[in-house]
Design a protein around this ligand. Structure first.
Ligand code: NAP
Length: 498
């Protein structure tokens, strides 16, 4: 694919090196480390962003030496590194920066060895908690006991951050005993996606959109995060969580914040997070008839077809939702009267994450009734094929009078910007931000608590009313009543398209 913008000198690959660092990955042998963190770090290494003396230290209970761990890392890169392979020498050089410590978050094993490794290095120290959330408190406490919770250290905390407001508060309080808020990096990897940042660039870097970004011009906004996978091997965890906790409370609400927030005064961590927090606090409670839940049915077919949700989690009476769709409002001047619709689910027809801003119809059609009423639709695709499309109305070419059609102005980033645009995965970007000390794309403690304060009553309502999720077909776009939720308002969901 030729780079359409190759004559534009300002769009080019630029790698800003970060300060020398030591990154300790607790849970360095786990699924997340192997699939995302380690291949991501390798890509940053290939890009020339990792300083010469940076080290990556894997830490878990599994008994192995650094050589055995390097083999594991090399295998993970081969399996999950995508097309980014690098030469054999490059890989060797990357692996030479990798160490492993056998450590138990709840015991004494390994801590003096880690302490010795981290002593007086003068580098940025980052500790990635890629372990079960039940161990976050133990790790924070151990780091302090062993003198590693110094004021420059950073901890990276994975989701889920609590399972309700109470547990999130407890976790915040526990971490706050050992670390300051500006040392805590709560990851929501959706915030690391290229398009999410582009959403801010489009909104606040152009004059075109912001004047129209309000209830006067926007009819409604849709946010869809559809997955084709089922619960897979995560059934036990997922069944205690469900789509509301696993997806809406974090990823979808973060997207809602970015699309709806007021322009921050500066693109800096607290200015951006203050504005996001205001959005969450202005969200109306969700009325019971404005939210629907579903559970996927078994796929039709032979014995290899996917099982139903209940079969997958091994509980024929499970009331946990694998799909949720809801309508909410933001009670402030900008958005009063504009509904926000959100839906997410597993085993849907396509893997697709998209935010759609549907503008109002023109107030009057000068072309007569037969030309129909048209609206502009701005669609921001997060995955796959990250990009932004603006639907505009034009005249259908050719003779036959003034017939109007909608056509997309399409900016698929991979096409527009060449290969460089595709290379930085969310995890890579976020880890480099941790090293830089930039918290803009991480959730602050009060944001997480506010999000739980909004979701808790919804979940409690389901429990109190004993509501059972409705079935939906695997490979569909969710439950029938999710479509009704829209149709009642005279609207339609966007097609879930790959
Ligand atoms: P996982 O595959 O179960 O890995 C857990 C890791 O923790 C292993 O390396 C394990 O190794 C280590 N570990 C367990 N107990 C330990 C202890 N007492 N002390 C030190 N290390 C211990 O889990 P995961 O899927 O990688 O998930 C890690 C975290 O990321 C979780 O919080 C999860 O919710 C979150 N997350 C994961 C994904 C994903 O795609 N996997 C996505 C989003 C968030 P040993 O057993 O050898 O100690």
């Amino acid at each position: 694919m030729t780079n359409r913008y190759e004559a534009m000198p300002h769009i080019e690959s630029r790698v800003i090196p970060v300060d020398p660092f030591d990154l300790v990955i607790f849970g360095g042998t786990g699924d997340l480390a192997r699939r995302k963190i380690l291949p991501g770090l390798y890509r940053r290494f290939i890009a020339g962003q990792m300083p010469r003396d940076a080290r990556i230290i894997g830490a878990a209970r599994g008994d192995m030496d650094s050589d055995a761990y390097r083999k594991m890392v090399s295998d993970a890169i081969a399996e999950f590194g995508g097309q980014t392979k690098g030469s054999a020498d490059t890989l060797k050089s990357f692996l030479s920066r990798i160490l492993y410590v056998t450590i138990d978050a709840r015991g004494e094993a390994g801590w003096s060895e880690l302490q010795e490794l981290m002593k007086g290095t003068g580098k940025v120290e980052a500790y990635y908690f890629s372990v079960s959330p039940a161990l976050f408190g133990d790790l924070a406490e151990r780091l302090q006991q062993w003198g590693m919770a110094n004021s420059d250290a950073r901890i990276v905390v994975e989701k889920p951050f609590g399972r309700d407001l109470e547990t999130a508060k407890e976790l915040n309080a526990t971490l706050a005993r050992y670390f300051e808020e500006d040392q805590i990096y709560r990851i929501d990897h959706y915030l690391g996606k290229e398009t999410v940042q582009n959403l801010m660039a489009v909104r606040f870097g152009n004059m075109l959109f912001e004047p129209l970004w309000n209830a006067q011009y926007v009819d409604h906004i849709q946010i869809t995060v559809a997955e084709t996978v089922g619960v897979g091997g995560r059934g036990e965890y997922y069944d205690k969580s469900g789509a509301m906790r696993d997806m809406v409370q974090n990823h979808l609400m973060q997207l809602l914040c970015l699309i709806a927030m007021e322009p921050p005064a500066r693109f800096d961590p607290d200015a951006v997070r203050d504005e996001k927090l205001k959005v969450i606090r202005a969200l109306d409670p969700v009325l019971p008839h404005h939210i629907v839940r579903g559970q996927y049915e078994a796929e039709a077919g032979d014995e290899n077809a996917h099982p139903s949700y209940r079969e997958a989690v091994g509980d024929p009476r499970s009331k946990t939702e694998s799909f949720v769709a809801l309508k909410t409002h933001i009670s402030n001047w900008r958005w009063s009267g504009t509904p926000f619709y959100m839906r997410t689910g597993k085993r849907m027809s396509a893997r697709s994450s998209e935010i759609t801003v549907v503008f109002k119809e023109t107030p009057h059609s000068i072309f007569g009734a037969e030309a129909g009423q048209h609206r502009n639709v701005l669609s921001i695709r997060l995955q796959p094929n990250e990009g932004i499309t603006l639907g505009v109305t034009i005249k259908e070419p050719g003779p036959g009078g003034m017939r109007l059609i909608d056509v997309p102005l399409d900016m698929t980033f991979s096409e527009a910007l060449g290969d460089d645009a595709e290379q930085v995965d969310a995890y890579e970007r976020l880890i480099m931000d941790v090293i830089r000390g930039n918290q803009t794309l991480f959730m602050r403690g009060d944001e997480v608590e506010a999000a739980w304060a909004w979701t808790d009553p919804i979940i409690q309502g389901w429990q109190t009313r004993g509501e059972v999720p409705k079935p939906y077909d695997s490979g569909s776009d969710g439950t029938v009543d999710s479509r009704e939720l829209m149709r009642r308002d005279g609207r339609e969901w966007r097609e879930v398209a790959p």
